[in-house]
Design a protein around this ligand. Structure first.
Ligand SMILES: Nc1ncnc2c1ncn2[C@@H]1O[C@H](COP(=O)(O)OP(=O)(O)O)[C@@H](O)[C@H]1O
Ligand SMILES: C=C(OP(=O)(O)O)C(=O)O
Ligand SMILES: [K+]
Ligand SMILES: [Mg+2]
Length: 449
């Protein structure tokens, strides 16, 4: 069983971590492969060690990233009030057709460090004025917060990545730059086409995705507060408010929630965090995030292991105070699952029970109960290895392998053995589906040691 930390840790694989993964393998719960910077062959190298340790595998699709394709300017340092021609044979060419970028739209280059505003769109070219100057280079990321991006959310390369993720049993696929529910449906249809069951995490990181976050949440298995691109697409002062809002929506719909980017940014260069970062981690936990994700800290940072250790320690301490400071429960009751979770919650509070055991195939009963942020341990025994790995990212849930039984008595006895190991004496709760089999959980049993 993992240590008493309840918040889960997802790290991004990259040069800094790849040769030191074994130093952190017992402190992390998931690994993200960012396909903007990784190939399938690169992922292949780590599958064995991840599966041996039941670590959740997350494939993050590169998505429709717009970039600077060509810079024809001699002087690549743009100055305020400069006029720039964008388009074929213009000063700057993008890897995106420009005729949907209208007058008044902003063009943000290099994570928003350079800001242009469109003055004129003459169909084959755009005249833009420099609002904030700076250096521009080919390959730099471009964000178009005001422009409806008319591109399919999944291109040929990402379709290949999805096929690979299904073949290699990735637990999750993260979708970058999600705009609306149709984008999520498109990914789910492709996963189904390849007969996969990877769960879909929608990255909320564009103005349009933010506007549609409710409809996106309703059809996703998880939401990620992708603060990097989000902080470019909306004014940075909106990040704390949008983060709380996105996390509340994920918890209301009973889906996974991940908070990402610049979690311990200063540890890219320093072996210790700032006070602001440590407080940000605790506040993200109290905003209700299931999981925190490290990016540059573990891909290119100088101190990947130290960053993981700091995140582990800070989360462990913050978790202990969830009852005092954590956001209150807001899980929406849509079906029996949520009703049962609230029944477990009431029993836990009224009977001061010390342990909740949720035998499960799908993992859903454990995930839903976890949304109520119950302070007691939640153990989810399952015959399904993939469920163990999926639940690695779910707050407060420890999953373990249990053989497949064919009668309820045996499951209850097996849970008793787990309880004896975990609490020695006291009240514990078991959730079950009766009659036995792959039906939804529909029974709550109070047990006593
Ligand atoms: N180890 C096991 N052997 C046999 N049946 C099991 C086992 N673990 C859970 N079950 C049965 O699976 C059902 C609950 O799992 P599942 O269908 O995934 O529900 P949920 O999605 O609500 O978690 C119940 O019928 C439970 O009794
Ligand atoms: C997590 C994010 O996406 P990526 O790292 O793929 O840019 C982000 O933008 O914060
Ligand atoms: K990405
Ligand atoms: Mg992003």
């Amino acid at each position: 069983m993992q240590n008493c930390r309840k918040t889960k840790i997802l790290v991004t694989m990259g040069p800094s971590l790849e040769s030191r993964l074994n130093e952190a393998i017992n402190l992390i719960d998931g690994v993200r492969f960012n396909m903007s910077h990784s190939t399938k062959d690169y992922c292949e190298k780590f599958l064995n060690i991840l599966e041996k340790n039941n670590i959740a595998k997350v494939m993050d699709l590169k998505g429709i990233k717009i970039r600077v394709k060509k810079v024809r300017l001699k002087n690549k340092i743009l100055k305020e009030r400069d006029k720039i021609v964008i388009g074929k044979n213009g000063d700057i060419e993008l890897n995106y057709n420009i005729n949907t970028i209208d007058e008044g739209h902003f063009i943000l280059i290099n994570d928003g460090k350079v800001k242009l505003k469109v003055e004129k769109n003459e169909n084959d070219k755009i005249i833009a004025v420099v609002i904030v100057g700076g250096e521009i280079k080919e390959g730099m990321g471009v964000n178009l917060p005001d422009t409806k991006i008319e591109l399919p959310i999944i291109d040929k390369q990402d379709r290949g990545n999805i096929k690979f993720a299904v073949e290699k049993d990735f637990e999750y696929i993260a979708l970058s730059f999600v705009r609306n529910k149709d984008d999520v449906k498109e990914l789910k249809d492709i996963i189904e086409e390849y007969k996969g069951d990877c769960e879909v995490i929608s990255k909320i990181e564009t103005k349009e995705g933010l506007k549609n976050v409710k409809e996106i949440g309703k059809v996703s298995d998880g939401l990620m507060v992708a603060r990097g691109d989000l902080g470019v697409e909306v004014p940075i002062e909106r990040i704390p408010i949008e983060q709380k809002n996105i996390l509340r929506i994920a918890n209301k719909y009973g889906i996974l929630s991940i908070t990402a980017t610049q979690i311990l940014d200063s540890m890219i260069h320093n072996p210790y965090p700032t006070r602001a970062e440590v407080t940000d981690i605790a506040n993200a936990i109290y905003d209700g995030t299931d999981c925190l994700m490290l990016s540059n800290e573990t891909t290119i940072g100088k101190y990947p292991i130290e960053a993981i250790k700091v995140l582990n320690k800070v989360a462990e301490v913050a978790d202990k105070h969830y009852e005092e400071f954590g956001d209150r429960v807001c899980l929406e009751v849509k079906s029996v699952d949520e009703g049962l979770a609230y029944a477990v919650y009431e029993l836990y509070k009224k009977l001061n029970c010390k342990l909740i055991i949720t035998p499960t195939y799908s993992g859903r009963s454990a995930k839903i109960i976890s949304k109520l942020r119950i302070n007691s341990k939640i153990i989810a025994p399952t015959p399904n290895l993939k469920t163990i790995r999926k639940l690695r990212l779910v707050w407060g849930v420890n999953s373990c392998l249990m053989e497949e039984f064919n009668d309820i008595e045996n499951i209850i006895n097996a849970c008793r053995d787990i309880a004896k190991r975990e609490i020695k004496s006291g009240i514990y709760i078991v959730t079950l589906g009766h009659p036995i089999g792959k039906k939804k959980t529909n029974t709550v049993k109070v047990e006593y040691i």
